[in-house]
Design a protein around this ligand. Structure first.
Ligand code: NAD
Length: 422
């Protein structure tokens, strides 16, 4: 959702790649192509609710670019989902997959819905009708959704099962790769569930190496304690970091001595949010941005780090686990303050990287070990970070600009070789 007085999210996404495009004098035709999604699919579909009434839902699938491979990107179920947001998220996926060097393009889907308001049976019917409505617009070699905010491995299992049931009988097994992020018994990959959080920790580790800082000396604040935030919190704690503050949609909690993340995960599983957790003090929403910590990890919604909030943010580094968490003016302010920002298309790429591994496993009907998955995830995250730092040094630019320069380089190289049809 766009913040008041800010460009729309899609405008902000376009402006981000245009800044990098300026630094490398990118040709106008490529700027034009990448400023628009290739396809915008909007579906309206009816679902019968538990009380017998019927409701029509509106779903989106935006396919931004597929020059490097099939469209790839999550499905978001959230009350604030709108076309502009999904367009922005789809564009970010194109640059993320290019930067991560996995053979995918960029897409995103969404449903404007609060999943908490519906029963499991209703959600299953909604997901099945959404999948049916998308029909052949998705497919294992065409467009491959995955989990995002408000969706999970359970959602992906339902999408896969529905897609399989509307495929021809001979294709029902080979279409498992139509989605990634499935549960392991349904064809998911070991390590996918925590992959984004793990990749965020690799990003923090890389930053520690760049700046000669010990990981186990760092204190951390996290906004968002869902899939990404909670896995990152657990892994960072295991690596010796002290998590002092966590916020989610129910509240903000602080413990200067460090939160017990295992107990917090248990609390959230039982109570639906961090509010009321016994091992911490309750705090106001804005306190999260003032707690004295070295690292700030936004892992919830976009536009959370605003100019006002970053003015007094004590962190030395922001690792963007969420997509688009920093407004453009706040981004400039952080740069001026000397706060490092590891951008979303780099920091949270672990999810799509392990999604690629899941897709490969589905294609070859094999199951990799945890060590295979984790070792390859680490290698791809590290290579992407190294490439970004090379560009930072060459162009004296921000990490965000550098990340786009690497991604644009890979995309444009293929356009140059293939040419533009006809
Ligand atoms: P999730 O639905 O599992 O968790 C979202 C969290 O954000 C929850 O803890 C929720 O309480 C919190 N939240 C919602 N509104 C909030 C608010 N106003 N203030 C504070 N907290 C709030 O979602 P997720 O999968 O963890 O995704 C989080 C972010 O990471 C999103 O930006 C998503 O696009 C990005 N991301 C996710 C993945 C993935 O693999 N799941 C991959 C890449 C990027």
């Amino acid at each position: 959702m766009t913040a008041v007085g800010q460009p729309s999210l899609h405008q902000a996404a376009v402006a981000q790649f245009q800044r990098a495009a300026d630094l490398i004098n990118l040709e106008a035709r490529y700027r034009e192509i990448l400023s628009f999604p290739k396809n915008e699919i909007i579906v309206n579909f009816p679902v019968t609710l538990d009380d017998g009434s019927m409701k029509v839902f509106t779903g989106y699938r935006i396919q931004h670019n597929n020059i490097l491979g099939p469209y790839k990107g999550g499905l978001r179920f959230h009350p604030d989902v709108d076309l502009d947001e999904v367009r922005a998220l789809a564009a970010w996926m194109t640059f993320k997959t290019a930067l991560a060097n996995v053979p995918f393009g960029g897409a995103k889907g969404g449903l404007t819905i609060d999943p908490h308001n519906y029963s499991t049976d209703e959600m299953r019917r909604i997901v099945r009708r959404f999948t049916h409505a998308l029909g052949s617009n998705i497919g294992p070699d065409h467009d491959i959704p995955a989990p995002d905010m408000g969706t999970s491995s359970e959602t992906m299992d339902w999408v896969m099962d529905t897609y399989s049931n509307i495929s021809s009988p001979g294709a029902r097994q080979v279409v498992k790769g139509v989605v990634t992020g499935k549960s392991i018994p349904c064809g998911g990959s070991i390590g996918r569930e925590e992959a984004t959080g793990r990749g965020v920790l690799y990003s923090l580790r890389h930053w520690c190496g760049e700046t000669n800082v010990r990981l186990d000396d760092l204190s951390v604040s996290i906004q968002g304690f869902g899939n990404v935030g909670s896995h990152f919190a657990r892994l960072a704690t295991e690596a010796g970091c002290t998590i002092k503050a966590v916020a989610d949609h129910t509240g903000t909690i602080v413990n200067e001595d460090g939160l017990d993340i295992g107990k917090l995960q248990q609390w959230v599983a039982e109570h639906g949010g961090v509010f009321g957790f016994h091992g911490a003090e309750a705090a106001d929403t804005e306190d999260l941005f003032r707690v004295e910590t070295d690292v700030f990890v936004p892992a919830a919604l976009e536009n959370q780090l605003t100019l006002e909030r970053v003015k007094n943010l004590p962190a030395r580094v922001v690792i963007e686990a969420a997509n688009g968490p920093t407004t453009p003016d706040a981004d400039d302010q952080l740069y001026d303050k000397g706060v490092d920002v590891v951008p979303d298309i780099l920091a949270n790429a672990g999810g799509v990287i392990v999604s690629y591994f899941e897709w490969l496993q589905n294609k070859s009907a094999r199951a990799w070990s945890f060590n295979d998955v984790d070792g390859r995830l680490r290698d791809l995250m590290w290579q992407a970070h190294d490439k970004v730092i090379e560009q930072v040094k060459e162009h004296h630019c921000t990490r965000r600009d550098a990340a786009y320069i690497v991604a644009l380089g890979r995309i444009i190289d293929v356009y140059d070789r293939r040419g533009i049809f006809p």
